[in-house]
Design a protein around this ligand. Structure first.
Ligand code: HGY
Ligand code: MN
Ligand code: MN
Length: 428
């Protein structure tokens, strides 16, 4: 079986590790995440890497460079998933990176730089709605206040980390030293329709859209569904419904914006009781931070207007906000040259989906390689990728590692007095 076939087989094996039987659901610091780290860690060690799990549960495999104080190239993606996920969003990037290191080990080659493959512990933010917990710790941008956040079972993030075997007290010291980093490169499914529409296997990401995630709560008054006249009601669900449709229409009217209400909780939640309290999540994204912020402010205003008119109380809390990030032009250019050698045509496209690259790009030059996925479907079990596209991505990543090795010294890497025999020979 070739490397691409092995990567696909491993996505199948990993997909079986879930917190929900019959579905793929692996949320931050869950029992399934512990099992996923154990399995992927085994694959990393078989590829010649030394592995560790850091204070927040990131799995990290280290493949030493040809000299001990070599700089580090970070590869990887996330191992957590949304609920009822597909099997490629996240894991494909981790397994591709491991396969690239495995190929170096098989050929007994070392690069002038070290490689660290990272399986991030929480990119999706499903459990606490604060995405990127793992990459924020490595980038030194983790907000310690988030440790107090409580999940749907009222477990604090700090306790979840401890239960997982992590250590909240060591989060601060788990950050990477940007001086040691050459860059961060993430291969990820496109989760959109562009590559398929151009009949291309891979593409280069130009930028990652910024996102605002908020919790909105309408509080009215519960009441008897049979005896409360319509004119005397303070129905929190009707207010929320009006708000949700307003969010959809404002996003439709704003080119390039997307707004999504993904979670809705209705209290007390009985068919013959007027809903007294409704909580919902709001996810707003745009490639321009100014536009994203204006959409969010506009929606807050609309929510306040709805609450005022219906004499309800309103609470809006921004739980997570990340600015749009441009990928490194230099690293993306190098990755693009590798694509050109493998696919001839290059397409460069922005990412509406968030990625750990958006956080890692703050401490190191970051580049992303998108891989075509069927009908652009993602965050759904119908997520599907072709083995031959994985082969193209695998060849591109290996080509990229070779060309980065060639440029290593110009990228600030240490000059070799006498290049060691097992230093990778450029095959470009
Ligand atoms: O939500 C996102 O954009 C990503 O899939 N975490
Ligand atoms: Mn995702
Ligand atoms: Mn993802």
């Amino acid at each position: 079986m070739n490397d691409a076939g092995k990567i696909m087989q491993r996505t199948d094996v990993l997909a079986k590790i879930s917190d929900e039987p019959g579905k793929i659901t692996r949320t931050f610091a869950s029992p399934a995440m512990r099992r996923a780290n154990a399995l992927v860690g085994k694959w990393m060690r078989a590829a010649g890497m030394k592995t560790r799990v850091d204070a927040i549960g990131n799995l990290i495999g280290h493949y030493a460079g040809a000299n001990p104080d070599a700089k580090i190239l970070l590869l990887g993606s996330h191992l957590d998933t949304v609920r009822n996920a597909g099997k490629f969003d996240g894991p494909l990037g981790v397994l591709l990176a491991i396969a690239c290191v495995e190929q170096l080990r098989r050929r007994k080659l070392r690069l002038p730089f070290a490689i660290e493959v990272i399986g991030f512990s929480d990119e999706e933010g499903v459990r606490y709605q604060t995405a990127y917990l793992g990459s924020k710790v490595l980038a030194g941008s983790f907000n310690p206040k988030d440790l107090q956040r409580r999940d749907a079972s009222d477990i604090s993030m700090a306790d979840a980390i401890k239960l997982f075997g992590g250590d909240p007290a060591k989060i601060k010291s788990a950050r990477l030293n940007p001086k040691n980093l050459l860059g961060y490169v993430e291969a990820h499914i496109e989760q959109g329709p562009v590559l398929e529409s151009k009949n291309l296997a891979v593409g280069i990401v130009t930028a990652i859209a910024g996102q605002t995630r908020a919790r909105v709560r309408f509080t009215g008054r519960a009441g008897h569904a049979g005896t409360t006249p319509m004119s005397l009601r303070k129905d929190a669900l009707c207010a929320a419904a009006k708000f949700i449709l307003s969010a959809e229409s404002l996003a439709r009217k704003t080119p390039g914006a997307v707004a999504t209400v993904g979670e809705l909780s209705v209290q007390p939640g009985a068919s013959n009781v007027i809903p007294g309290e409704v909580g919902l999540t709001l996810d707003v994204r745009h490639g321009s931070d100014a536009v994203r912020k204006s959409v969010h402010v506009g929606l807050k205003r609309i929510a306040a207007q709805i609450a005022r008119r219906r004499k309800l109380r309103l609470a809006v809390e921004v739980v997570h906000e990340v600015a749009a990030v441009n990928c490194s032009p230099e690293l993306s250019q190098l990755l693009g040259q590798s694509v050109a050698r493998r696919q001839l045509k290059i397409v460069r496209l922005p990412s509406g989906a968030g990625h750990d690259a958006a956080i890692m790009g703050k401490i190191a030059p970051a580049a992303m390689l998108f891989i075509r996925c069927k009908n652009g479907v993602s965050h759904d079990p119908a997520e599907s990728v072709k083995t031959q596209d994985v082969k193209v991505a695998f060849d591109v990543m290996n080509d990229f590692l070779q060309s980065l090795a060639l440029k290593y010294e110009s990228l600030g890497g240490k000059k070799f007095a006498k290049p060691p025999a097992n230093l990778v020979k450029p095959i470009l």
